[in-house]
Design a binder for this molecule. Sequence first.
Ligand code: HH2
Length: 290
Amino acid sequence: MKVDRNGNLPARRSPAHSKPSVRLSLPGGPLPLDRTLLLGILNITPDSFSDGGRWVDVDRAVAHGLAMRAQGADVIDVGGESTRPGAEAVTEAEEKRRVLPVIKRLGGLVSIDTSKASVAEAALRAGAAIVNDVSAFGDRRMARVVARAGAAILLMHRKGTPRTMQRNPVYRDVVEEILVFLRRRVKRALSAGIPRDRIIVDPGIGFGKRPEHNLEILRRLREFRRLGFPICVGTSRKNFIGHVLGREVHERLYGTAATVAAAVLRGAHLVRVHDVAEMAEVARMCDRLK
Ligand code: HH2
């Protein structure tokens, strides 16, 4: 190995101290990725798997969004349609009726969790800056809508649809298959005119995956850094935690904390969580341990 003229080995740039190579910009300016960003989940749905029915009233939803922000959420992820396995589809009109008044009143940094281009378009007009599309362009108009608005897109992997995705999902290599899928969807985003620094990727924990697939994704999360985009991970209260610990949905706080810690230590840039106050502490601690 080469030494410098004082006989010292060259300084190694540790990943923790080098500048993050991935970037994220929103219409309001760049978002720093030197610490993990938190997406606080706000489901305005009667049937979401863990908080269904809690935030269907607009006043309560807005108050909860503001409370999550005060607890450390960087982005409030507003959704009007549950994606849980077997969930019923919701019409465009109903989804808009649920999310738009809340987005308008929340202000600040908001992402819209939708797979419908028309809902995304209306939400971006109402003030959202990120489209969280769990179908990764299942609606062919979505890429153009996001590009035209100058918004960011969060592209998530999913195998099948909410109706079918948990019916015996099979992979040869779960991580490789997701990487191939995400590369293709990123390409589609770029060719629609969405800039590189407005793209986020997500392996889609729980979407067409068995518990062992979800665990493997988290163990091998570093491999997603090869894509070169910010990585978002959503493990909060999900079924694979219940599977490991034998806990019901509302007993998964510690299990969620363990998965958030694993994700942050293995390179997640954003985590999508229900329990913002607790997970903000987990993320801050793990940021310092990197
Ligand atoms: N998970 C859910 C919904 N949206 N978006 C991203 N990017 N990543 C995720 O892992 C993800 C997501 C499912 O969780 P939740 O919103 O709590 O439940 P429901 O879909 O039943 O509303």
